[in-house]
Design a protein around this ligand. Structure first.
Ligand code: SF4
Length: 232
């Protein structure tokens, strides 16, 4: 059921838009993209959380579909009814073999509240940029995200972890967390938006990648300085 999205372009569908986690001093990819788009919807432009009901059910029907790439649909501020509406609109495509839904959040504890409505053909992802709380986001700290991802209610789902933008970490602890989450795939990337984050050295990242490659598939994202060329 799990499809790796290394070899095919991931499609996006955004029935919800906006986020209040305010990560990385405002240098968040989705917020920057929202600003780049023309002002078709002022709330999208302002990145204020809202629902586009006219988009419900109108998602791509094959491939890997990133559900809500322009925000965090599982943030604590999102009304239950919005999440339920999005998930119910996916119901006709549960278990469609050529379709995988990809969800990502910095508040994965909320996956547990909706576990019965999440399609079985889903990948549940969270971002864990470090095992330390570098206090660069209003989202729950990385340790809470890790503890949510190992909850038994989520055991049946394929998982993914995004270590992006990677920040200074303790190798032993971060590796243990990932091992326990047991993701099908990890994506690692640097801060590409010059947010001034505390970054590890290339050597530290290489060591982490080498260890992770022994337990899962590791995708190394492009980075602003071409460092990925050295750490692949
Ligand atoms: S959780 Fe994601 S969408 Fe929200 S501010 Fe942080 S990086 Fe941006």
């Amino acid at each position: 059921m799990f499809r790796l999205f290394l070899d095919e372009p991931i499609k996006t569908w955004n029935p919800l838009v906006g986020c209040l986690h305010d990560c990385y001093h405002g240098r968040c990819w989705a917020r920057i993209q929202a600003r780049r788009q023309k002002r078709r919807c002022l709330r999208c432009y302002d990145f204020q959380p809202h629902i586009h009901r006219e988009r419900l059910g109108k998602f791509p029907k094959s491939g890997v579909v990133f559900v809500v790439s322009m925000g965090d649909m599982w943030g604590s501020w999102v009304p239950d009814e919005w999440i339920r509406s999005v998930l119910l609109s996916l119901k006709p495509c549960w278990e469609k073999p050529d379709l995988t839904f990809f969800f990502e959040t910095k508040n994965p504890a909320r996956y547990v509240d909706f576990v019965d409505l999440i399609p079985p053909n889903s990948i549940l992802s969270t971002t864990i940029e470090s095992n330390f709380d570098h206090k660069v986001s209003k989202a729950p700290p990385p340790k809470e995200r890790y503890l949510a991802m190992v909850r038994p209610e989520l055991e049946e789902f394929a998982k993914h972890v995004s270590i992006e933008p990677i920040m200074k970490f303790d190798l032993k602890t971060l590796y243990r967390w990932i091992q326990e989450i047991n993701p099908k795939m990890i994506s690692i990337g640097y801060d590409n938006y010059y947010a001034g984050l505390p970054e590890p050295t290339t050597e530290e990242v290489r060591e982490l990648i080498d260890k992770l490659k022994r337990i899962t598939v590791v995708e190394v994202k492009k980075d602003r300085r071409g460092l990925h060329q050295h750490i692949k």
